[in-house]
Each structure stands twice: as C-alpha cells, then as structure tokens.
Design a protein around this ligand. Structure first.
Ligand code: NAD
Ligand code: ZN
Length: 242
C-alpha cells in the first residue's frame, strides 16, 4: 500500500488537486453501491426502472426505486470522507470534486465546488411548468404530480440520457488541469467518468486511488482502504505539513 505521507506531500506541493468520487465514498453513509450485494440493481433491472424510455412509459417505476431516498433525504448524512474533502477545499488545496453520485452528500458536507455528472436527487423538476421542488419536500404519490398537474422528475441522468454538457465540459477541464487526482470509491467503468483519470494522467497528473479493491490499474498510488478511513488520514498528514 502507498504511503499517506507521500500523497499528502504531493497535494501540498502541487496545490492543484481534484477528487473524482463514486458510490463507494457514500457506502459508510449507509447508501449501497451500484454493484454491492443487496444494491439497487441486483433487485431492479436498470433498463426497465431507470432508463428515460421507461420513465416516459411509466414514471411510477423510477419513483418506486428513488421515492424513498428522496422522502428520507434528510436522514442521509455525509461521512468522514466527504468531510475530509471539504477540509481540503477549505485549505485551498482541492480545486473541485467531480462526482458520479446523485445523493447530494458532497454539498451537504459543505463542499462548494462540486460537479455532479449524473445530477442529484435533491432537485425534483416539474416537466410541465418547470417549477423545482427540493427533497425531502415533494408531493405525495407514486409518481408525484406538481401542483400544476404535470409529472415530476428528479434531476438525475437516466440511462439513455445525455450527461449535462456544462458539467461534462467542466469535468474534462478540471481533469486535464489538475496535478493530483484522488480517485475514490468508483469502479471506473461507467463512461465518460471512467476516462477522466486517463485524461488526468495524459496531462501529467498523478492518480491516487482509494478503494478496498483496486479498480484503476494505472493508478500511481493505491490505498486499499475504505474512503472514510483513508481520506481523514491523508488530510491529517496534509495539515501537519502546512
Ligand atoms: P460502483 O458501485 O460501480 O463502484 C463502487 C466502488 O466503490 C467499487 O469499486 C467498490 O470496490 C468501491 N467501494 C465500496 N465500498 C467502499 C468504501 N467504503 N470506500 C471506498 N470505496 C468503496 O459505483 P460507481 O463507480 O460510482 O458507478 C456506479 C453508478 O451508480 C454511477 O453512475 C452512480 O451515479 C450510481 N450510483 C450512485 C450512488 C450514490 O449516489 N451514492 C449509489 C449507487 C450507484
Ligand atoms: Zn408544474
């Protein structure tokens, strides 16, 4: 395993770090990852429940799998890994968090520069009048309807939908500009996020992966640990160096 001290020294020296996070960073907040046993997609076929075609045909299916999270939105809290990234941003050493997560936990943790590649369950948009509701406040019903009568859709990217172009452009820009990329809790197979660590390395950055199981073979540093263990360690070392 790589040394926390060494990556901390690089973060302090380069002052140009970016984090790319996936479902694993939220595992210890009690949210199952994509591929975990008992995870959502073991029970529900994503094409039938979470694709844009399925939503158009029968929005109640998507609300069936996401409604509970949205209505319990306040119960999910950031863990020490999200908070460590916020601290790194406060220290002026982290330029951006790029996340594939839709749980809103980076913002809840206080991170300000967050690129949500797949949108967020926090915002729920009316497909009729374009009014936005904020989780956990959402009208009753599966699917819930806006006061105007139209269907509501969480502001997340469904299978078959394009990623928000501005978020994607910002993510590529940040990946190519950074000197250190922290790759945290992602299986690094879902495109286009999976290409971002390659973009970082091609532009001369060092990639440091935090994951109990290695997912990115080209990583320059690898920490076989849970995010909530490794990130506070790294940031504690950073603080000693400042
Ligand atoms: P993934 O489920 O494919 O991979 C999760 C990765 O996290 C795995 O490599 C696993 O080894 C690792 N991991 C598990 N526990 C960990 C821990 N405690 N600390 C660090 N790493 C840990 O997730 P992905 O790569 O993010 O891609 C899945 C897709 O599913 C994304 O598009 C995402 O939008 C969506 N998703 C989001 C959430 C969420 O918002 N929290 C949850 C599940 C899935
Ligand atoms: Zn409306």
């Amino acid at each position: 395993m790589s040394s926390y001290r060494e990556i901390a020294e690089l973060i302090v020296k380069e002052k140009a770090c970016v984090a790319l996070t996936g479902a694993g960073i939220s595992a210890e907040s009690g949210i199952a990852t994509f591929r975990d046993k008992g995870g959502l997609w073991e029970k529900y076929d994503p094409v039938r429940y979470a694709s844009i075609d399925a939503f158009r045909t029968d929005p109640s299916k998507y609300w069936l799998i996401r409604g509970e999270f949205i209505r319990n939105y306040d119960r999910y809290q950031p863990n020490s890994a999200h908070l460590a990234l916020t601290k790194l941003e406060d220290l002026g050493l982290l330029n951006h968090v790029i996340t594939q997560n839709i749980d809103g936990l980076h913002r809840k943790a206080g991170s300000r520069k967050v690129i949500e590649l797949h949108g967020s369950l926090r915002e729920i948009n009316c497909l009729g009048c374009h009014r936005t509701y904020l989780a956990p406040k959402v009208p009753d019903g599966t699917p819930p309807h806006c006061e105007c009568g139209a269907i509501l859709k969480p502001n997340t990217v469904l299978f078959g939908e394009q990623l928000p172009p501005v978020a994607l452009e910002n993510a590529y820009r940040e990946a190519s500009r950074c000197r250190v990329m922290l790759l945290i809790g992602t299986s690094a197979v879902v495109q286009p996020a999976a290409s971002l660590p390659h973009v970082a390395r091609q532009n001369g950055a060092v990639v440091a992966e935090v994951n109990p199981e290695k997912a990115f073979p080209d990583a320059d540093f690898f920490f076989a640990a849970k995010a909530a263990t490794a990130l506070p360690e790294i940031v504690a070392q950073v603080e000693q160096l400042m």
